[in-house]
Every structure is written in C-alpha cells, then in structure tokens.
Design a protein around this ligand. Sequence first.
Ligand code: SIN
Ligand code: FE
Length: 291
Amino acid sequence: MTAIHPISLATWNGTLPAAEQGVATDALEAGHVLFMPELRFELSEAERAYLDPALVGKSKNVSYDPRSGKLGGLNVATMKLDDLRALMDRFATSTRALLATLLPTYGDGLHQAKTSLRPVEIAGRTQSWRKDDTRLHVDSFPSQPSSGNRILRVFSNVNPDGRARVWKVGEPFEAVARKYWDKLRAPLPGERGLLAAIRVTKAVRSRYDHYMLKLHDAMKLDPDYQARFATATHPFPAGSTWVCFTDQVSHAAISGAHQLEQTFWVDVRAMRNPNAAPLRVLESLAGRKLA
Ligand code: SIN
Ligand code: FE
C-alpha cells in the first residue's frame, strides 16, 4: 500500500538532519507521500480574494510559469494581476526551498515547471473520464512528453474554511503496471511522429510516454480497479503540505477546494534508486528501452 510518511517541518526554509533527508528521499522514491501536517502556506487577507472560483475559466486552474512570470487560465481581466503573480511566485520560491531541505541529493537534477492555483471544488465537478481526477490514476501529460523524467509535485491545501483535501491512494506502481501491461496497445507505426508534426505534442512522444498515457487511461476506465480502493482515503487538512511522485503514486482527489500546486521534473539519473522509476519498471516489463 502507498504510505503517508509524516515529516515534522513547520517552515518553508527549515532544516532537516541528513539522516532524515535520506529517509525522506527513499520514502518518496519508494512511492510514498511525504506529508508535512504543520507546513502551512500563509495567504494575506487581501490574497484570499484569489481563492474565488470565478477567477478561472474552463481550465479550472490558474497556471503560472515561474521562469517567464506568465499567468494563464484566468477568466477575469479586472483582478490585480501583479498581486496574483506575486502570490504564485512566492509559492514557487517556497517549494524550491522546501525541496532543497527535503531532497538535497537531487541538486541540478531537479527542474521547476509550472505552478497552479486550484480554487474549484472537486466533488461534483463535471469532467470527461480522461480528465476526471476523482478516478485513481498516475499522472502523464498528453502534450508534454517527459521522456522518462519524473513528475514530482508539491501540494498545499490553502482552504480558508478549514476543509481537508481528500485523496484516495492505490497500490505501488509496479503492481499497477503489471496488472495492465498486457492490455496496453503498442504505438502504431508513425503515430508518435505524426502527433508531433501536427503539434498535438510539444516534442516526439517517447514510447515511455505512450505507455504511461495508456496506463493512465486503463486505470481510469476500469470500474473494478476504482472500486477496490474506495476506502483508502486520506484527508490532507487545511494548512498542510504534501509531496509525491504523481507519475508513480496511484492517486485520486475526491473532494476539497483551494489548493496550490507546484510541478517539478526530476532526472531519473538524479534518483537514489533509479530502478524505482516508472521508466525502469516499464522497461523491465517491455524488455527494451522506452526512452
Ligand atoms: C491530481 O493530480 O490528480 C489532482 C490532485 C489534486 O488536485 O489534489
Ligand atoms: Fe493526478
């Protein structure tokens, strides 16, 4: 079972003894969720205005690129964008500091990607099955191939009414991969090149990304699998923060609103145990290199 690994850390610029950093890194790579119950991301009174779901359009999230400072997903033009950008940037900076504390061995192998603000209630939200994150899945981005690199995400529940964000978690990645591997169809000849040529993907989709997307879909489309883990819920309280490899942890978010999220890429070679990477697990099932 996926475990929740608690870490006592109450500040974003804290310190941890080296032994605890090693334990945290190993737990994360083994597919567990690092959970900081006391690590709150503070919003000022004025910043709480940005928690209004009316802020976002169809995308459901505000996105922020820490490198360019660009905001996306907004529905309204009248908000004070500089203040919103400052809030997103503060979260981006805070999560960088947190990972330097938790996972220092990743060093240059850790790359910051986008930040998101998720103001909309998850429960009862209508979505296509593929986008429905209330169904257990592993993350894989359809337009942005990872080529085997890891998707590491930091989540902070900033709900102003004290409501938890409730997740379900499933079994370890290898068990999921073994369960579905024989049912995942291989890429068609020319398929991955065509998707890049017509700009469905930003780069040629690796075989690894192909199989990860198929696995994501197979999990979401399997009602028996979804039903099996119905009781394995975990509430992340308001004012808490958690970190996991979402390409590895079978997860679903079933209720809650108001969350900040930061995505990082991690090079497989920077891992302490690269054999735990989904890339290596799928390659051993395929008997060939996939990226
Ligand atoms: C997900 O990554 O599936 C959603 C996580 C969340 O928004 O809590
Ligand atoms: Fe997900």
